[in-house]
Design a protein around this ligand. Sequence first.
Ligand SMILES: [Zn+2]
Length: 239
Amino acid sequence: MVSLQGKLWVPKKQLVPIQRALFEHIALTQAEPGCQAFEVRQSTDDPLCFIVSERFANDEAFMAHQQRVADSSWGALTKEFSRHYKVTGQVKGSDVIHMQRALVLADVSAAAGEVPVGAVLVQNGKVIGEGANSPIRGHDPTAHAEILALRQAARAENNYRLPGSILYVTIEPCLMCVGALIHARVGRVVFGAREPKAGAVSSHSIVDHQSTNHRFDVVEGVLEGECGDRMRVFFSQRR
Ligand SMILES: [Zn+2]
């Protein structure tokens, strides 16, 4: 079973067309094979925020839903909107494949005595940067996995901006990395497990609508257990 919980933010001038299109979107989704639950409702605190809750029988049904939405008028209408989703139970698909590679990089960090965090940067379906957390080895406080992946990708592309790229990282990014991801214009950040102390995306959100001129979509929870376990094992061995 794959479930998704999260939020979608709608620009004010598109609120009316969205409210109209929503009825059709809900009806079509609920009729999809494998859809066990689907709900989208306007937040009572923030009328520009919609709360999404969905549950599908398996990866195939979930991915078929995402593809249908991408090809639908609802998908076209909401393509540019900001999202923050938590996906649970996914075991297949490109997000899982890239996160598995990030986990291998986290293991590289752990083997070198570094906090186990790995990151992969993908653009147009192609991996263009990778990083294994290495501030201690590198005598470099900025050598977080995300920064290393961004540097490698930016060099490969000969461009300091990486619009539309997706960053996969095993652990929720910190303040410094969120800043770098905004500067690089990364389009989507997918992380595994939250970092309750230093996480700057979900745990302590610094990315809001007003204060930054770029927002990235967030997906969290992909291989959450595996990503979090790396941290638990690492810190329990050091105690
Ligand atoms: Zn960081």
